[in-house]
Ligand binder design. Structure first.
Ligand SMILES: [Zn+2]
Length: 407
């Protein structure tokens, strides 16, 4: 399979440039299409450097056709209004000839740096309609990626970084500075590995020093020197995480050390000395704690991005990938793939801030199963095969997810 023809969640026919002819025309599909069209008649989709990007659109799959190009913003908007795609993607890459095929004929110029984070909906209690746990876990990792890695460790500028909700469960982080746009695929892969804490050699942050001239001691004393408050990057992250563990309440403290491989007795001994241990570690003196390698291994296994969610490495490294166009609708939800200001990220709720459709208008739908979920601050309970009058935004969500029918 030609990896250049793949896009997130879907595989496009390599040569498709028009919508599939056998596209199903159901009452529900027509309803969704009418509402999507109305959205695009009243909402401008703004794409920087529009004429240099490749576009892909989906009706049944996320991408049914690709290799599209537009000369202007106006031409793109007219496409949205006339063709009404359910999914709209563009290339993070800029090309001289974005519509050319095969990929090599496009003449690649540069590409935004993209990080793609998505929910792992395999947790207990996952809600198939709208899952707050999935939303919160991905958002937490996006914030960690931005604050701990992109801004703190790499020093990327906030002005050149944007965060985009995918319209469903995921988020995309775009970095568009001129120098980063020239990074190779291998260099991008190294950035992902660093953020995920993969292949980081944690042992190199620690040195064992033998001291033999201590008074009153007739043997060598091994001193382990490790990350201190003066450290940076992953070394500092290990220290910060260790200090955060040392201030946990006793039961959580013991549980954390037990999980790391310490005995209950060892954990209790460290707890009794935790203030001393914290001050020693801050100065880089890791001999203050027994078996520091166990604690470090535990921290290393949880401090990277993408531990509880999925960080899709291929989206960052494969520069021919197409990703959701910011501020277009997602065909699985009818929710806007909204660009989110950093200041709003920690409290972002797509069912409040990224709605395309009215909450005050209502629509009658018949649910295909029993559903119980929160949406825009309200609880919605629908019984299987029963008619329910729900806000238009909720009707669109259920219809897009194929979890309800119209009357
Ligand atoms: Zn979930």
């Amino acid at each position: 399979m030609d990896s250049a023809a793949t896009a997130k969640d879907s595989v496009a026919p390599a040569d498709a440039t028009t919508a599939p002819k056998d596209f199903e025309r159901s009452k529900e599909h027509d309803f969704i299409g009418r509402h999507f069209q109305q959205f695009y008649k009243t909402h401008q989709v703004t794409v920087p450097s529009v004429s240099m990007r490749e576009f892909g659109f989906g009706y049944e799959k996320k991408i049914d056709l690709r290799h599209k190009a537009f000369q202007s913003q106006k031409e793109l908007q007219e496409y949205f209004i006339s063709k009404v795609p359910l999914y709209a993607s563009y290339s993070a890459a800029f090309y001289e000839y974005p519509a050319a095929r095969p990929m090599s004929a496009k003449n690649f110029l540069k590409a935004e740096l993209i990080f793609d984070l998505d929910a792992s909906p395999d947790h207990e209690g996952h809600n198939p309609v709208m899952c707050s746990h999935c939303q919160e876990s991905v958002r937490a990792d996006v914030i960690r990626l931005l604050e701990d890695f992109l801004f703190a460790d790499f020093g990327f500028s906030k002005d050149e970084t944007t965060v985009n909700f995918s319209g469903s469960k995921g988020y995309h982080v775009h970095v568009a500075s001129e120098s980063l746009m020239q990074l190779s695929s291998t260099q991008r892969d190294q950035l992902v590995e660093y953020c995920a804490g993969m292949n980081v050699d944690f042992a190199r942050f620690f040195n064992s020093e033998k001291h033999k001239n201590l008074p009153m001691v007739d043997r060598q004393v091994e001193v382990i020197v490790g990350p201190s408050t003066a450290s940076k990057g992953w070394a500092k992250r290990i220290l910060d995480r260790a200090l955060a563990i040392l201030v946990l309440p006793q039961d959580e403290f013991i549980a954390k050390f037990r999980k790391a491989g310490y005995t209950k007795k060892q954990a209790e001994a460290i707890f009794a000395n935790k203030d001393y241990v914290a001050s020693q570690l801050s100065s880089g003196r890791w001999s203050a704690i027994e078996k520091p390698d166990l604690l470090v291994a535990e921290i290393a296994s949880t401090a990277g991005v993408g531990r509880n969610v999925s960080l899709d490495r291929a989206v960052t490294t494969d520069m021919s990938r197409l990703i959701r166009i910011p501020n277009t609708l997602h065909g699985d939800t009818g929710i806007v793939a909204k660009t989110i200001p950093f200041s709003e990220l920690s409290s972002f709720d797509p069912t409040n801030s990224a709605l395309a459709f009215d909450l005050s208008k209502t629509e009658n739908v018949v649910a295909l199963d029993h559903y119980d979920f929160f949406f825009a601050g309200s609880s919605h309970v629908l019984e299987k095969d029963r008619i329910a009058e729900v806000p238009l935004a909720v009707a669109m969500l259920l219809l897009c997810k194929k979890k309800a029918l119209l009357l």
